[in-house]
Design a protein around this ligand. Structure first.
Ligand code: SAH
Ligand code: MG
Length: 195
């Protein structure tokens, strides 16, 4: 992989306020992913491909990432970026709404990274539970959403997102199939291991 290109893409994404994964979040995920040595990773929310390209470093030999993005401009940029960095053989992009694509997927994954519309997190978790392997891990980024989720905050236009993120946390912590931790890294990261 061309790491210099990856750095340039990261810098540009930050300048353009594209919400790419934060360094400390990536560091935590790296620890977990290196332990499970994933062959198959599913990502919901590609943006310009930054996190997916970072995850290629943690794949087992011959492993592959599927990532879903609904904005066609972003898919186009992601494809260009992935080519520049030289990881096209490791990333497959599904263009379209994850709400429609997820129910059609059948293959099981070692790790799933949820990083798209916050109002849809409970649905993403339901699908992730169907698609995760018995030894897998489900990650959800932005789970604390600028601290709103753990405060008594509820009168803003972000209200639906906050309600759904709280619902995700409730389901992830109460579901008997999961062991979940909520970490205050980055914008909040939920990590759920399958029991
Ligand atoms: N994972 C990326 C950042 C993703 S930002 C990284 O860390 O580099 C969130 C992305 O999810 C946006 O590009 C947005 O267009 C996409 N998105 C939001 N809701 C979606 C949905 N329902 N289906 C597909 N993509 C979605
Ligand atoms: Mg995010």
């Amino acid at each position: 992989m061309n790491k210099e290109e990856l750095e340039k893409i990261k810098k540009k994404a930050l300048e353009e306020h594209i919400p790419i994964i934060m360094d400390d979040t990536l560091e935590v995920m790296e620890k977990y992913l290196k332990e499970i040595k994933p062959k198959r990773i599913l990502e919901i929310g590609t943006a310009v491909g930054y996190s997916a390209m970072c995850f290629t470093l943690f794949l087992e030999e011959g492993g592959k990432i599927d990532t879903i993005e609904r904005e066609s401009d972003r898919v186009k940029q992601a494809k260009e970026n992935i080519k520049k960095v030289g990881v096209e053989d490791k990333i497959n992009i599904y263009e379209g709404d994850a709400l429609e694509i997820l129910p059609k997927l059948e293959e099981k994954y070692d790790a799933i990274f949820i990083d798209a519309a916050k109002g849809k997190y409970p649905f993403f978790l339901e699908q992730a539970l169907r698609l995760i392997k018995q030894t897998g891990i489900i990650f959800a980024d932005n789970i604390l959403y600028k601290g709103y989720v753990m405060s008594d905050y509820n009168k803003h236009k972000q209200r639906t997102a906050v309600r759904n993120l709280r619902e995700y946390i409730k389901e992830a912590t109460e579901n008997p199939r999961l062991i979940t931790e909520i970490l205050e890294v980055g914008d909040g990261l939920a990590i759920s291991k399958i029991k």
